[in-house]
Design a protein around this ligand. Structure first.
Ligand code: MOS
Length: 761
């Protein structure tokens, strides 16, 4: 097999722990985020949220707000500029909306918290105060708000991210389960969660002319924002420019939502640039989050642990008429070699905000259920859970039979177990004690698919002073894009890192696919490789007949040491400067689109990992403390160990929150979110997070550009399973309901039901 990009193996900074190139700007406060752009005559917006879940607005009394000094305008459905419906993500190639409802175009209320008015004022304080004075009356209608009560109405969506909703393989799984020697058949539930990036959602919208818009946005989807806005506003795409050089965390939540259109419409109405920064409460009310789920996992096994049946089914709660079912059955499609598979998903439609992509949507909650069930089976078999997974390691993709491009999860488990000291663990539950604390260790598999999106472009310019500028409308949300893409380009061009500048975060640059689905590194690397190939041809053409390279074809030369050289010959070649100066040029420039992602069709490609953790459970308070963590990943080539370690760690921290403390609470009578703040929605803080050790196999995938797999989302997967499994090892109690809060720990440990037993001491 030929690596897609052999140049990545050459000497350079690839694989080196280069510090973030954007770090100094951020530390100095010189990185300008979307809410820090300050155009002339800037006005400020604040939102009035609906107080009912469903119905109509019948009157808006804004007299007091309007009379407030400093208020410029009040926008409602009655005076908002006319805008079309946003096209939807996945369904429409131009779309990026999860909810295609019109924004402020009619008097309908679709969820509790939807914006019903926007106050535009001379400063933020006035806008917020005036918003509090707006009185709205409603004609409410009965709303669908109870997931539990509506489960019987669950229906099957047409597809799951374009994949079949139902998968059956290897015969009747229910029958295989019924006749299996060892079985697990349990229900696992996960709550609604919300994104809480530290940077609040922010936009500064500037109408440069009646039909020309500049948007400073905090977004992970530049190109799709332009194509969506072009449709909604009925403008040519090249009349819309979106800039997003810095994003303070995204996790799937930074993109096009109703707030985007509210800011743009407010700027139009006021005839002034408008800044809209959502409050933390606004983020909860307007920006979807992760759907809740109820999942069944049933496993049938022989006494050696090999699976005869794997069943994973269930339902998620989504907004009525939306399209994002959360792919919780995806891990089970690709992880284990079971004789028979039955996987199926349904949705329950509710009148709540549309759920949207949230770090490993589906995979994170699906892996909790699946990996908990595997652990339950290991306990019944009296088999080590790592060994159980090894015995079910497939040779080819269990669902579609494709070959794996590379798959080293067994090796990742082996290294992880060694580093963690897994063999020291006592598999008998409730045996490790320290005063009032029960101690236990757990393990689970981390899983996220490999994707690369088509259509990403890049431009490379080489100048006669031996420097390069690489341009792509990429997204830097803090994960290290600017740094690793610079490293990759420098390596390809044979230039030191400090001679390469990477320009990104602006739709005026060559378009990139979104930063989502853990795809950006491979997508942009593929575009840079394509642009580099063009550049080699162009340099060879410019070198001409007077060059020592005369007569060589593009396949016979390579870029290294600041120039173009014959492959395999250190001597024959010349520098970029020499080539350009002789040709009388001050630069050479090429732009290209990456090759279509054929590797995704031809191979089963996965990011994988093994999550090991140790927990301490307090007998008296029911408090769970994560004491130790080791993540061992198999995610292709690691371009930068420093930024990669942060990606893995960040995912694991988010997984700890998902497992133990985070939960968006809806009042089922009103559909109103009850805890829209960081005071009442507890994200992990330093005290909640132990030292997190991460290691990786660093085995390049020959099918992927630069040998990489995505690493943005996999960190969160497997975490909740590993924690629940460790709690079982500590206490003998199985908790199948996230988050695992102290009340649940106490309720389950204080009375023997299900598999629970009272603590022995
Ligand atoms: Mo991710 S949830 O695709 O940013």
């Amino acid at each position: 097999m030929t690596p897609a990009n052999p140049a990545m193996r050459r000497f350079g900074t690839i694989g080196q722990p280069v510090s973030r190139l954007d770090g100094p700007l951020k530390v100095a406060g010189a990185a300008r985020f979307a809410a820090e752009v300050r155009p002339e005559r800037l006005a400020y917006a604040a939102i009035v949220p609906a107080a009912v879940a469903k119905g109509h607005v019948i009157a808006i009394d804004a007299a007091d707000a309007r009379a407030t000094r400093g208020v410029i305008a009040i926008m409602t459905h009655e005076n908002a500029p006319r805008m079309g419906r946003p096209p939807r993500f996945i369904e429409d190639p131009d779309g990026t909306a999860f909810d295609s409802s019109p924004v402020m175009q009619d008097n309908r209320v679709r969820w509790n918290g939807q914006a019903v008015a926007v106050v535009i004022a001379e400063n933020q304080d006035i806008a917020e105060h005036a918003a509090s004075l707006v009185r709205v009356s409603y004609s409410p209608e009965a709303a669908k708000l109870s997931f539990q009560a509506l489960l019987l109405s669950a229906r099957r969506p047409a597809s799951i991210l374009g994949q079949p909703t139902e998968v059956n393989a290897g015969g009747d799984a229910e029958q295989a389960l019924a006749s299996a020697r060892f079985t697990v058949d349990e229900i696992y539930t996960t709550p609604r969660y919300n994104h809480n990036a530290i940077e609040l959602h922010a936009l500064t919208a500037v109408w440069e002319a009646e039909d020309r818009l500049t948007l400073h946005d905090s977004t992970q989807m530049l190109a799709l924002t332009v194509s969506t806005l072009a449709r909604v506003l009925d403008l040519p795409k090249d009349h819309i420019r979106v800039l997003s050089p810095f994003v303070g965390g995204g996790f799937g939540g930074k993109g096009f939502f109703s707030h985007t259109l509210l800011a743009i419409a407010a700027a139009k109405l006021a005839g002034r640039p408008v800044r809209l920064v959502l409050s933390r409460e606004g983020v909860f009310r307007l920006i979807g989050g992760r759907a809740n789920s109820r999942q069944r996992v049933a496993l049938g096994a022989r006494s050696d642990g090999t699976l005869t049946a794997l069943i994973h089914t269930g339902a998620t709660g989504v907004m009525t008429g939306t399209i994002f079912p959360e792919q919780f059955t995806f891990p089970a499609r690709h992880l284990y070699a079971a004789d028979s598979l039955h996987l199926d998903q349904a949705i329950v439609e509710l009148d709540i905000p549309a759920n949207i992509a949230m770090r490993a949507p589906g995979e994170s909650i699906g892996s909790f259920a699946l990996e908990s069930a595997l652990d339950e089976l290991a306990a019944k078999l009296d088999l080590d859970p790592v060994e159980l997974r090894r015995r079910n390691e497939p040779q080819k993709d269990p669902t579609d039979g494709r070959a794996f491009s590379t798959r080293n999860i067994v090796e990742a488990y082996r290294r992880g177990a060694e580093r963690f000291g897994w063999s020291n663990r006592n598999p008998a539950p409730g045996t490790q004690r320290d005063g009032e604390w029960s101690i236990g260790q757990g393990v689970a598999t981390a899983y996220y698919p490999y994707y690369r999106f088509p259509g990403s472009a890049a431009r490379i310019r080489i100048t006669a002073d031996g420097r390069a500028v690489v341009q792509a409308a990429a997204h830097e949300m803090g994960m290290g894009t600017a740094t690793v893409q610079s490293q990759h380009a420098a390596q390809l061009l044979g230039l030191p890192l400090d001679r390469v500048t990477f320009e990104y975060g602006d739709t005026a640059l060559p378009p990139s696919a979104l930063a989502g689905g853990s795809t950006q590194t491979a997508s942009i690397a593929g575009a840079v490789i394509a642009a580099h190939e063009r550049l080699v041809e162009e340099l060879l053409r410019l070198a001409g007949n007077d060059s020592p390279l005369a007569g060589a074809g593009p396949k016979e030369v390579e870029t290294r040491n600041g120039g173009l050289f014959r492959k395999g010959d250190q001597e024959i070649g010349e520098s970029y400067e020499t080539i350009l100066r002789r040709a009388g040029r001050d630069h050479a420039e090429c732009e290209a689109v990456g090759t279509p992602p054929a590797e995704m069709m031809n191979y089963s490609m996965l990011s994988l990992g093994a999550q090991f953790c140790e927990v301490r459970v307090n007998d008296i308070t029911g408090e769970v403390r994560v004491a130790r963590w080791l993540g061992s990943f198999d995610t292709g080539r690691i371009l930068n160990p420093k930024t990669a370690a942060s990606q893995f760690r960040g995912g694991i921290i988010m997984g700890i929150g998902m497992a133990l403390t985070e939960e968006t609470l809806f009042d089922e009578r009103s559909g109103r979110i009850m805890n829209p703040s960081l005071a009442e929605y507890h994200l992990p803080v330093h005290l909640d997070v132990p030292q997190i050790d991460v290691i990786w196999t660093d085995i390049p995938d020959p099918q992927s550009p630069a040998g990489v797999h995505g690493i943005g989302e996999i960190g969160i997967t497997g975490c909740a399973g590993a924690i629940a499994n460790a709690i079982y090892n500590a206490t003998g109690t199985r908790i199948r309901e996230l988050p695992i809060t102290p009340d649940k720990v106490l309720a389950f440990t204080s009375q023997p039901y299900g598999q629970s037993r009272p603590l022995s001491s």
